[in-house]
Design a protein around this ligand. Structure first.
Ligand code: A2R
Length: 325
C-alpha cells in the first residue's frame, strides 16, 4: 500500500537518539555524514529536501545550500549560528531557528567555573596534591580571591546578563561593552572595549561570532587587561585574536586565560597546552545532559511546529518577519 509522502530532512552533524526519534515522527531523515556519496545524493535528491537540522559548528555551508532549492526551514542546535547565512535565508524565504535561553544558565556556569578555577588555581593545586607535593613541599602557594573582582562582560545579552547575575554572589563590580547601551541594567556601560579592559581585572567574552565580532579582543584590548588580567572566552573563538592572545601569555603581558572556544576548533594552539595559567575546555559551555536535552527538544519542537502549522518557537532575529508573515 502506498504511504503519504513524508517531508524529507537533511541532518548535518550529530544528533541524540531522542532527537532522531522525535524528528523521525515527522520526517524521512537523510544523515549527510552517513551517506556514502553525499555530493551525489545532494545533486540527485537535494530538491526533495525541505528541512535541515544542523548545529552551530557545521551550519549549512553555501555549497550545500546551493543544492537545496526547496528548503523551507533550518533548525539549528545552539544559540550561535555564524555558519548559517541567516540574512540570505530570510531573503530566500527560508526560516532559521536556534536554541536561545535554554542554555543561558549552563554557559554562565561554565564562565563562572573558569572564573573560580583560574582565581583559585584549581587545576594547579589538584596537580600539586596528585604529584605528592603537598607532603614533600608543604602548603601550596597562595592564590587570588574570586571575591570583589571588577569584571567586564563583552556582550551583555541573554547569557551575559546571566553571568552578571551569578557574579553577584561573588560581589563583583560589573561593567559591559556592546554596540548599544542597555536601558534597564544597573551596570556601567563602556562604548569603548579597550577602555573597559583597562578598568577591569577580568574580561568575559560572550558575543556571537561572525565578521562583525572578529578579533574584537585585539592586542590592544589584551594589553589593556594587562599582566594581572584574566580573559575568559565562552562565546566564539573568532572574537579573540588568538595569535595575539598566545603571544601575550608567552610574554607575560596577560595574566590568565580560560578558553572554551577557539578560532579553529578542534585545533588548539600548541603553546597554550603547557601553560599553567590557562584552562582549556573543548567547547562544552552548554554540554550537560540536561541542557543538551532541552536544546535538542527545542530543535525538534521548532521543526514539528513548522510542519504542523507553519509557525516556529525561536526564529533567529533575521527571520522574525518571516515568522510573522
Ligand atoms: O551589540 P548589541 O547591543 O546588539 O549587544 C549584543 C552583543 N554584540 C556585540 N557587542 C559588541 N560588538 C558587536 N559587534 C556585537 N554583536 C553583538 O552580544 C548582545 O549584548 C550580545 C549577544 O546577546 P544575545 O543575542 O542575547 O546572545 P546570547 O544568547 O547571549 O548568546 C551569545 C553567544 C551566541 O551567539 C554564541 O556565539 C555563544 O554566545 O554561545
Amino acid at each position: 500500500m502506498a504511504t503519504a509522502a513524508r517531508p524529507e530532512l537533511l541532518l548535518i552533524g550529530p544528533a541524540t537518539q531522542r532527537m532522531r526519534d522525535r524528528m523521525a515522527a515527522d520526517f524521512t531523515i537523510h544523515e549527510l555524514f552517513a551517506l556514502e556519496d553525499a555530493d551525489g545524493f545532494l545533486a540527485e535528491h537535494g530538491a526533495s529536501i525541505t528541512a535541515v537540522a544542523t548545529d552551530g559548528h557545521y551550519g549549512v555551508k553555501p555549497d550545500i545550500m546551493a543544492h537545496l532549492p526547496n528548503l523551507r526551514i533550518i533548525s539549528c542546535y545552539g544559540v550561535g549560528y555564524d555558519n548559517i547565512d541567516a540574512s540570505a535565508c530570510a531573503s530566500r524565504g527560508v526560516m532559521v531557528t536556534h536554541t536561545p535561553d535554554v542554555l543561558n544558565a549552563e554557559v554562565a556556569n561554565t564562565a563562572l567555573m573558569l572564573f573560580l578555577a583560574l582565581s583559585r588555581r584549581l587545576l594547579r593545586d589538584d596537580a600539586y596534591v596528585r604529584a605528592g607535593r603537598w607532603a614533600s613541599d608543604g602548603p601550596a602557594p597562595l592564590t587570588r580571591s574570586a571575591e570583589n573582582r571588577r569584571v567586564g562582560i563583552l556582550g551583555l545579552g541573554r547569557i551575559g546578563q546571566e553571568i552578571a547575575r551569578k557574579l553577584g554572589a561573588f560581589n563583583a563590580t560589573i561593567a559591559y561593552h556592546s554596540r548599544r547601551k542597555k536601558p534597564d541594567v544597573p551596570y556601567r556601560y563602556y562604548a569603548d572595549l579597550t577602555e573597559m579592559a583597562r578598568d577591569v581585572d577580568t574580561l568575559i567574552c560572550i558575543t556571537p561570532g561572525g565578521a562583525a565580532t572578529r578579533h574584537l579582543v585585539s592586542r590592544a584590548v589584551i594589553d589593556a587587561l594587562g599582566p594581572d588580567g584574566t580573559l575568559i572566552n565562552v562565546g566564539r573563538g573568532t572574537v579573540v585574536d588568538e595569535a595575539a592572545l598566545v603571544t601575550a601569555l608567552e610574554e607575560g603581558r596577560l595574566g590568565n586565560a580560560g578558553l572554551d572556544v577557539f578560532e579553529d576548533e578542534p585545533n588548539v594552539p600548541s603553546p597554550l597546552m603547557a601553560m599553567e595559567n590557562v584552562i582549556l575546555l573543548p567547547h562544552v559551555g552548554s554540554a550537560t545532559v540536561e541542557t543538551r536535552q532541552a536544546m535538542g527538544d527545542l530543535v525538534t519542537d521548532n521543526l514539528h511546529r513548522f510542519i504542523t502549522d507553519g509557525t516556529v518557537i525561536s526564529p533567529v532575529p533575521e527571520c522574525r518577519d518571516l515568522a510573522q508573515a
